[in-house]
Design a protein around this ligand. Structure first.
Ligand code: AMP
Length: 285
């Protein structure tokens, strides 16, 4: 596996593949890799001639009071996992090369960035859109792979790619879960054993609601109440930023499911100091 730190060199490497008619799959990450990340990489390997992974903990997507400094970093174990998987190239840029002095451009995806997590993490999606735009320009992949776990991020990125005529195909992959249903996340490392057990209640609550959603007997308002009531049963949940039923494209909170074929159930909750997000997309057939 070649390890590349300089954006210009990464750009040249990928361009050479593309010029030879080889497809490049790209998986951007912030490291502390788990099976969720690896599932994206395996899919990228199946669908492309060459796979590039990036590890970059992007300061621009963390607000000043958030966990940028404490965010898990585990480069030695990450390298082992990437080598075992047979990844072709790893891009690990320094902050000073991604945001050199004088850097002053940002990408703002209006509307979609201001709801759900955007309400609680102001500026987060500006940071995400900006770094993903930079990474797509640096790598220039045929396809880029993202997890459904960060559902709003996928909606924001799809919009950006469309609006800015970027040519990477955006592929969204299913959420990998632990046996008890907890969505894998680098931030799960923050949970103490009691919180870790309690964290599975997010998925349980969403699954419970999804059954009634499918049967079509309850309104989104009633389902939202049900979701909150299920989460309220878990005493270690110290706060709920949002939990509800949303339109999977506009991210608007739904008043009725109408003729929608898919509906998003999404939750952001705090267990102690750890903020967890999760979602499921329910097919209404
Ligand atoms: P992160 O390192 O948290 O920025 O995640 C990098 C990519 O992996 C993003 O596209 C995430 O949505 C995706 N990802 C994170 N957790 C999971 C998971 N449990 N299952 C599938 N994809 C995931």
């Amino acid at each position: 596996m070649e390890i590349i730190r300089i954006p210009r060199i990464m750009q040249d490497t990928c361009r050479r593949h593309i010029l030879k008619g080889r497809s490049v799959g790209f998986v951007p990450t912030m490291g502390a890799l788990h099976e969720g990340h690896l599932s994206l990489m395996k899919r990228a390997q199946r669908e492309n001639d060459s796979v590039v992974v990036s590890i970059f903990v992007n300061p621009a997507q963390f607000a000043p009071a958030e966990d940028f400094a404490a965010y898990p970093r585990d480069i030695d174990n990450d390298l082992v996992k990437l080598r075992d998987l047979g990844i072709d190239s790893l891009f690990v840029p320094d902050n000073s090369l991604m945001y050199p002095s004088g850097f002053s451009t940002s990408v703002e995806v209006g509307g979609l960035s201001d709801r759900l997590c955007g309400l609680y993490r102001p500026g987060h999606f500006r940071g995400v859109a900006t770094v993903v735009a930079k990474l797509l320009n640096i790598v220039g992949p045929t396809r880029a792979y993202f997890g459904q776990k960060d559902f709003q991020q996928t909606v924001v990125i799809r919009r950006m790619v469309k609006d800015l005529n970027m040519d990477a195909e955006i592929v969204v992959c299913p959420t990998k879960r632990e046996e008890d249903g907890l969505a894998m996340s680098s931030r799960n490392r923050y949970l103490n054993p009691q919180e870790r057990t309690a964290a599975a209640s997010l998925y349980r609550a969403m699954t419970l609601v999804s059954e009634d959603l499918r049967s079509g007997t309850k309104s989104p308002a009633a389902l939202k109440e049900m979701l909150h009531a299920a989460l309220a049963k878990e005493p270690l949940i110290t706060g709920i930023d949002y939990a509800g039923i949303f339109h999977p494209e506009t991210l608007d909170e739904l008043q009725e499911t109408g003729r929608l074929r898919e509906v998003l159930i999404a939750v952001a909750a705090r267990l102690g100091k750890t903020r967890l997000i999760d979602n499921i997309v329910v097919n209404l057939g």
